[in-house]
Design a protein around this ligand. Structure first.
Ligand code: TXA
Ligand code: MG
Length: 362
């Protein structure tokens, strides 16, 4: 797509977004244009969800495959009710506990939702964001807003307005700048059309937290490394595409800490001997390499998630050739972080002895 706009970035107060700025942005949405805006997870690329022509612009700008459906963002329950034909009791409990917030519900869609928005599926993914700028924009626009992450397809999701500009300058008119996003990875996507709900994408709300609220939920086979390929294509088309990739090659190393550390040191020495610019992303403070080579990821799942995509993007700015990442634990938000890292990685090395590898994340 050619560049046709001068992209404006406008800063807002995220606690009290300036009304005139929101009003102007909502005018763009109502007139069928595209606006990038912050949510508490990542920045979104928004369009009127009910206007097929507007929604088609999102696919064009991102270079997104047409069968990868969008999440629709709502500001209140009336908007949700207009988009779906029913809200099962477990969905109501999730909404009561976690909305507004980083969890997206897949429900049976109503007739008003255009096919292009759902990639031809008879379900629709809906979420009510917590970020005030996002909520006010939806409210003032008077329409639900379809918004994928505001990156070029395949790149790490944007967590600042600058990340959005780096990917989309010239392709959109307006970026609302609400600072760095708080959570840093995308919402959890959960299919509520089944008796036992299925997590299709781990994210801001962990399986453990959801189960505390509604009892048993499943994790989609494809997320466990089993071969659920056919089902994925049917249930969550986005899962089949390569994702979150910086330009640098990402190598993910997992297994027992001592074996992982040895492997990381060996690998980085070998790559450097080949003349490669190497960075090591780790949550460990005791890796025995030159600290200049290390990008420390953080000490809690929350900080690791918040900085994850920014760290991947920073490596590109620093002309890194290879990012070696030390895997983290799969529990709670660690599961969603590892999901993003696995998708970003073109090489995954499991240092555990072979006979234990089949037990991964069981
Ligand atoms: O946190 C988020 O969810 C961010 C912010 C902007 O809200 N949005 C986001 O959108 O991550 P996107 O388009 O990058 O990811 C949407 C995911 C994709 O994996 C897509 O396949 C899935 O949701 N999805 C959307 N509609 C679906 C549906 N009807 N059934 C199953 N999966 C669906
Ligand atoms: Mg995305």
């Amino acid at each position: 797509m050619s560049k046709k706009f001068r992209t404006k970035i406008i800063k807002l107060d995220k606690r009290q977004p300036q009304e005139n700025i929101i009003r102007n942005a909502s005018k763009l949405i109502r007139s069928g244009e595209i606006v990038a805006f912050p949510t508490e997870t990542v920045y979104g690329l928004g369009a009127n969800a009910l206007n097929p022509t507007s929604v088609s612009k999102i696919f064009e700008i991102k270079g997104r495959p047409a069968d990868n459906p969008l999440i629709i963002h709502v500001a209140d329950m009336a908007m949700l009710e207009s988009l779906v034909i029913k809200i099962p009791p477990k969905a109501q409990r999730i909404i009561k506990k976690f909305w507004p917030g980083p969890i997206t519900l897949v429900l049976k869609k109503s007739k008003i939702v255009p096919e292009i928005t759902t990639g031809g599926l008879n379900t629709v993914a809906v979420r009510m964001p917590k970020n005030k700028i996002a909520r006010e924009l939806i409210k003032k626009s008077g329409t639900p807003i379809a918004a994928p992450s505001a990156n070029i397809s395949g790149r790490p999701s944007p967590t600042t307005a600058i990340h959005v500009r780096d990917d989309l300058a010239g392709k959109i008119r307006l970026i609302l700048d609400g600072g760095s996003t708080r959570i840093g990875i995308e919402s959890t996507v959960i299919d509520m059309t089944r008796n036992i709900p299925v997590i299709l994408r781990p994210g801001g709300i962990s399986k453990e937290k959801i189960e505390n609220e509604i009892g048993k939920v499943c994790i989609h086979d494809s997320l466990l490394g089993n071969n659920g390929r056919k089902l994925i294509i049917h249930r969550s088309p986005g899962m089949k595409y390569q994702h979150y990739s910086p330009k640098a090659k990402v190598m993910l190393i997992e297994g027992p800490e001592n074996l992982v550390k040895t492997k990381i040191i060996q690998l980085s020495e070998k790559l450097e001997a080949e003349g490669k610019n190497v960075r090591i992303m780790t949550a460990s403070k005791s890796l025995n390499v030159n600290p200049k080579k290390i990008q420390y990821m953080g000490s809690t799942f929350e900080t690791i998630a918040r900085n994850l995509f920014a760290n991947l993007r920073q490596a590109d700015k620093d002309n890194i050739d290879v990012i070696i990442v030390q895997g983290i634990q799969y529990r709670n938000t660690g599961f969603a972080i590892m999901n993003r890292l696995k998708k970003a990685a073109s090489t995954k090395i499991d240092t555990r002895p072979k006979k234990n590898q089949a037990l991964t994340h069981s």
